[in-house]
Design a protein around this ligand. Structure first.
Ligand code: ARG
Length: 585
């Protein structure tokens, strides 16, 4: 067990053991990776925190702690500033950690998610409306979170909660009956549905009678009219077919596609239950959830501050005309996920504009007795290079499928220029891996909450903070192994670290398993993306400073083992971001 424990946990254990004799009572304290390597590899502010509690001098306490620390061959410790304790890991400890990682399929990543079931609700486009670049963020971030959570041992259920029961079907039904081109629908369904949706939408603006007709079509659908239901079903089927193509291109998979309509039967009962339990009440004919008056208004999602002060901001769960809403469906969905799937956690990967919806949803669910760790994993917008919301030249929303096609085309051009030997299907496959990888990495290397600028040249650059740079790094490492006469077995290598570049590389290897659990604490795949860039840069510095193939046998084996570990962590890490690595490029 100790061998498999990461360095951070070993330091934390040693620290906790030293605190008891120092303070005369058990205490625990956190150890974190140092932000600045000049001050050591890890640090703790335990002495400062505890000195305050015990009203004693922090530096003196830090010294007493250090006197009791048994760091046996692991690290040295010293005091800095007002009482920080800095730990410097010994090269031998990094070497033995690297050896452990080579023998560990999980590369030191702990199973922190074991025994927990999480539903990841992501992508969720609205059927018969195009999936635009906004959905790209949800799809890419959500998929990466699923992969990371699975790697951490969570039971992950990826659910595509598609919007398959919205008001858009009024227009689609009318358009289907009057404007549909069946051949176009057969050839490529999503653009054809989009066309009829757009045409009807503009017709409703010109002529109120058309809007009336659409509303009637919707009412008929909701009342179960067989013809409208049949069209609706066909519409869902063809849309799903179109979506699946996009998900295949992106290599994104779902365990379920339980869209909004899946919950239709539960909505009436749910509203009745909310009324009898007093969670909701009638207001002007509608049924609404109001504040329960327990929280401070500033923390209460059912209150809003207006000029005249704090006023009610209810969530409607049944309209006066009897119709149900997005909030009603989402409440039913929570119940289903807890009852049927035994979900402990639900992560909703949805843009910032829906923040209020989710605050109200989680609050109402808790009052209904549905508890769990529910998280709105929000994200900002994608901007064009003009820093405005990304649009096509004609002013339309940019469509995801078009973005992906263009990414692959651009990657193909870059690869053809760089390596003209690559031809045919192999070149095409590499272009797909590089182009899609570039789009995903551009997304995942950003803090999800900031708006980011979609810039082709920047995301496809071979030198830069990009997927192609990382992919190229793995290709370069592979090519080292191709030059060997005999296969190399890293598990038999004895790792010795002498040069600073080697030590730094091994330091980063050790960080991988310590970093991944942090990512699902606040849903920041960008931590992993940036770590991988740092690792690749460390690898290149190592490779420049430390001869590998030309070294004597023992050094060569040690360095080859570091190469192999670097490649495995890079490939695994990219895989957790949903990015593949080509054999050559
Ligand atoms: N269909 C919604 C949209 O495109 C997103 C749904 C997110 N998931 C949820 N359970 N509300 O805006």
């Amino acid at each position: 067990m100790t061998l498999l424990q990461d360095l951070e946990s070993r330091l934390a254990t040693a620290l906790a053991t030293a605190l008891a004799p120092t303070l005369g009572e058990p205490a625990s304290a956190a150890v974190t990776a140092a932000a600045d390597l000049r001050f050591g590899d890890y640090q703790t502010n335990a002495a400062m925190v505890l000195a305050k509690q015990h009203k004693t001098n922090p530096r003196a306490l830090a010294q007493r702690i250090i006197d009791h620390l048994h760091l046996d061959g692991l690290a040295t410790a010293d005091i800095a500033g007002p009482g920080f304790i800095n730990f410097h890991i010994l090269p031998a400890a990094y070497a033995s950690r690297a050896t452990t990682l080579i023998g560990d399929e999980k590369l030191g990543v702990p199973a922190t998610g074991e025994g927990k079931t999480v539903v990841v609700d992501f992508s969720a486009p609205n059927v018969a409306k195009p999936m635009h670049v906004g959905h790209i963020r949800s799809t890419i971030i959500g998929d990466s979170l699923c992969r990371i959570a699975r790697f951490l041992g969570f039971t992950v259920i990826a659910d595509n909660h598609i919007g398959d029961w919205g008001t858009q079907f009024g227009m689609i039904l009318h358009g289907w009956k009057t404007l549909l081109d069946p051949a176009a629908l057969e050839a490529d369904p999503i653009p054809e549905l989009l066309r009829i949706y757009r045409d009807v939408n503009s017709a409703t603006k010109a002529d109120p009678a058309v809007l009336e007709t659409c509303k009637n079509e919707l009412v008929k659908l909701q009342a179960g009219d067989p013809q409208n239901l049949a069209i609706w079903r066909q519409c869902i089927d063809v849309s799903k077919r179109g979506l699946r193509k996009i998900y295949d291109t992106l290599d994104v998979k779902f365990d379920h596609w339980l869209g909004e309509s899946h919950y239709n039967d539960r909505l009436a009962g749910l509203v009745d239950e909310f009324l009898t339990k007093g969670i909701a009440r009638e207001s002007n004919g509608a049924v609404c959830v109001f504040s329960d008056g327990i929280k401070k208004p500033a923390d209460d999602p059912f209150m809003v501050h207006k000029e005249e002060g704090w006023t009610d901001n209810p969530a409607i769960i049944r309209k006066a005309d009897g119709g149900f809403l997005y909030a009603t469906t989402d409440l039913a969905t929570i119940q289903f996920r807890i009852d049927e799937w035994k979900a402990d956690q639900i992560w909703y990967v949805v843009g910032v504009p829906q923040q209020l919806h989710f605050r109200q949803l989680f609050d109402a669910a808790a009052r209904w007795g549905k508890t769990g760790n529910f998280q709105h994993v929000a994200f900002g917008s994608i901007l064009g290079e003009d820093r405005k919301l990304m649009k096509t030249r004609s002013g339309d929303n940019v469509q995801l499928a078009d973005v992906l096609t263009e990414a692959v085309e651009r990657a193909a051009n870059i690869i053809a220029a760089k390596n003209p030997d690559l031809q045919g299907e192999e070149a095409a496959e590499i272009a797909r891996i590089v182009g899609i990888g570039a789009v995903k990495f551009a997304e995942l290397s950003q803090n999800r909450l900031t708006d980011y600028v979609f810039a082709w040249d920047r995301m496809l650059a071979l030198q830069g903070d990009t997927a192609p740079y990382l992919q190229y790094s793995t290709v370069r490492i592979r090519s080292i192994f191709r030059k060997l006469d005999a296969p190399f077995d890293a598990s038999t290598a004895i790792i010795t670290l002498t040069e600073p570049e080697e030590i730094h590389l091994a330091r980063l290897h050790a960080r991988f398993g310590e970093l991944l659990p942090l990512i699902v604490e606040d849903f920041r795949p960008n931590l992993l993306a940036n770590y991988l860039l740092e690792l690749a840069r460390a690898f290149h510095s190592f490779f420049e400073a430390c001869p590998v193939l030309k070294s004597a046998a023992a050094v060569r084996a040690s360095r080859l083992a570091l190469c192999e570990l670097s490649a495995r962590i890079l490939t695994t890490g990219l895989g957790l971001l949903g990015i593949k690595c080509p054999e050559r490029m």
